[in-house]
Design a protein around this ligand. Structure first.
Ligand code: 8YV
Length: 311
């Protein structure tokens, strides 16, 4: 029996099997049974596996006295208090790079779906409306002014894909990067110069509600917002109001503030395309994420350097 490990998130069956071959895996029980589980099992838990969108609370870290590592099966670590983990002597790892292409693909897919209204086109055919007339005209996605908030790994991969669409690419972020695209330190200034604004920045205290009413108004009634980062980066109430009042042209959203709950108003809007946080959800990428997460755990317990450490 290997080290005792607590699994907080769902994993691919193949990842779970590999994990179970080397670790004593415990599943986090349903809410009502958690107190009792912690009382009986917290002692001896050396590792936690969790999702990027789930993270781990400070209280949970404090209640696992033997915890040595939290391995996130995801790139985002915004749901972990890094200072607290550091102070508790807990290492933290994530799975960067392996999911970059899929998330960038989804960002571009959302743009195309919003601007060319593919969900409506599909319904037009399925509902038998085509013989009665064409679908209403949509908007061109190519040759636009594309703004990218956060030119990190994923933002850069979005820019690479957009290079094939013609048009102009600009970006914002804390620092200018060694690229040819125009840089705007101010997100509202970037939005004012964009037809489509992609949000690809990491969530943190510094980026909380970064996309606020001023940014949405700068993007304007013809503008489209795409979010593949985290719901918290956008003032969601301001976004819903802008879309409902026609002050924003459209949105493609893979992430929300209170997942899996989506603001009711969005469900009734035709200019919005919604996805259930599936940026990295392909079989290939989830397999690669699981392998990297396992590599980090194995390295930790073998006393080797961690492949992708955060803390
Ligand atoms: C998944 C993510 O939601 O990588 C992230 O940060 O949000 C996603 O890939 C999740 O982490 C899968 O466990």
């Amino acid at each position: 029996m290997g080290p005792k490990l607590l699994q907080l998130c769902t994993l691919l069956p193949s990842t779970h099997d590999k994990l179970a071959a080397h670790y004593e895996v415990h599943q986090w029980p349903a809410e009502a049974a958690r107190e009792e589980w912690l009382r009986d099992n917290a002692s001896g838990v050396r590792a936690v596996v969790t999702g990027g969108h789930l993270g781990i609370t400070n209280e949970m870290i404090d209640r696992l006295p033997d915890l040595g590592i939290v391995a996130i099966n995801g790139v985002g670590y915004d749901r972990v208090d890094l200072d607290h983990a550091k102070a508790a002597g807990v290492r933290l790892t994530n799975t960067p790079d392996v999911l970059t292409d899929d998330v960038a693909d989804l960002a571009v897919a959302l743009m195309l779906n919003v601007m060319r209204r593919l969900p409506a086109a599909d319904r037009h055919v399925r509902d038998g409306l085509w013989p009665h007339g064409p679908q209403a005209l949509t908007r061109r996605a190519s040759g636009r002014r594309y703004g990218i908030v956060g030119l990190g790994r994923i933002g850069h991969a979005i820019a690479e894909r957009l290079a094939g669409f013609g048009g102009r690419i600009a970006y914002s972020g804390p620092n200018r990067k060694p690229v040819d695209h125009d840089y705007h330190a101010d997100v509202a200034a970037l939005a004012a110069k964009s037809d489509v604004l992609f949000v690809a920045t990491a969530a943190s205290a510094a980026t909380r509600a970064l996309i606020d009413r001023a940014v949405l108004d700068a993007l304007g009634p013809e503008g489209v917002l795409i979010n593949v980062a985290r719901g918290s980066v956008i003032d969601e109430d301001a976004l819903v109001a802008a879309l409902a009042e026609g002050r924003l042209g459209g949105a493609g959203l893979d992430v929300f503030v209170d997942e899996p709950h989506v603001p009711e108003t969005l469900l009734g809007l035709e200019n919005v395309v919604l996805a259930p946080h599936v940026g990295s959800a392909t079989r290939e990428t989830r397999e690669a994420m699981g392998n990297l997460m396992l590599d980090n755990l194995d390295a930790f317990f073998a006393g080797r350097p961690l492949p992708t450490p955060v803390v």
